[in-house]
Design a protein around this ligand. Sequence first.
Ligand SMILES: *Cc1c(COP(=O)(O)O)cnc(C)c1O
Length: 459
Amino acid sequence: MKQFPNRVVLDETHTPKSWYNMFADMPFEEGEDAFMLHPGTMQPAKPEDLYPVFAEELCRQEFTRERHIEIPKEVRDYYLSYRPSPMYRAYALEKLLDTPAHIYFKYEGQNTSGSHKLNSAIAQAYYNKKQGVKRLTTETGAGQWGTALSMACAHFGLELEVFMVKISAQQKPYRKAIIETFGADITLSPSNTTNAGRGVLENDPDNPGSLGTAISEAVERAVTSENTRYTLGSVLNQVVIHQSVIGLEAKEQLGMYDVYPDIIIGCAGGGSNFAGLMSAFMGDRLTGKAKPYFIAVEPAACPSMTRGRYAYDFCDTARVTPLAKMYTLGCGFMPSTIHAGGLRYHGMSPTLSKLYHDGFIDEARGAFQSEIFKAATIFTRAEGILPAPESAHAISAAIDEANKCKETGVAKNILFGLSGHGNFDLGAYMQYMEGNTHDYAPTDNELEKGFASLIKTNS
Ligand SMILES: *Cc1c(COP(=O)(O)O)cnc(C)c1O
């Protein structure tokens, strides 16, 4: 068998021509497919209900059971400027850990936005442009989505307003600068330019902001402005579909060397990079062809899968969005200001949530900040790539699994998603090196407050 190289980079003929939709192979019970409820009527939402918010094709993708969705030529052409993304074998890390495990990682950080988010940003910008929309709105936490969408809007000539979580803008001023360099307007959230923002500021003038509030503001702006639509960089099934390009490439890259992963690990904020990485392998599992073990890793500070409820909940704090069936801490949950900003969201992708609920995702783990920065430091010294704090959650679990292999002497193939680089996160790395990283997990009482914000539905 051919020796796996340090890094597999395929040429552009290997970039997938269609996305894969896991919905096509997921088992649904009768009536269970109502992933979204209309916020006004609390009845199952239809694609048309979302037209004021999202481009029509994206509304269609939100609900479709189609297995393969063709990647439009304009989107694929753009993908070719940075895809296929490389697949690495972490030989140096394996050696350092002295493990018999084979560790692979798919790296999504090699584009200017620095993460996987560009895969969906370019698709969402394209469908909006095609429909004649002039201006997009969105929110950004850690700044990766805002950067990705600003790149996509610059490419297609769309205007963009980004509601950036205030605390993130303070922690990451360079993220704000790069978004503005790509020509987007930034509004710090909570802002006094929307009803949703003013509502939060009235109760709490020093509110540091959250993704949920920023989403409310961006949705409000889109539905109250001319020829404007909203975009979301995670959670939604349309995003999960676009991110499947990661897993399709990964399966091909490993397959060229007859490698199939035993364990697949991803960090989960809204769930999109992990859903994307797992997609092709989960397809095998759903259709009985293989049974890899899936592990989702989330911050202990925002534990939607490990400690949340599986319920219908709003996607934002102002309760203007449709309700999604997902693992959630309640839309009223106020997360602590830990650094993995991209993972500070009260809910989890409905797709990932259902896969977890139905036992197809085997395990969810919560990780503390000190653990993930420790893992990130080990990884960066071995492999020379500075991971995003979000991605470091996956690294931490991959190292734990590799250490288990050492104890048991069983050599497993471990694949994890390195969703992005941490070059804009050095403030957080500095705090870690200075010993100022805080390990925090909400108490049961704090969680109860969030759960109290869940509405009662009879479904
Ligand atoms: C946004 C982000 C995440 C979390 O979002 P998911 O939808 O869970 O993927 C993880 N890693 C990076 C680098 C991100 O930018």
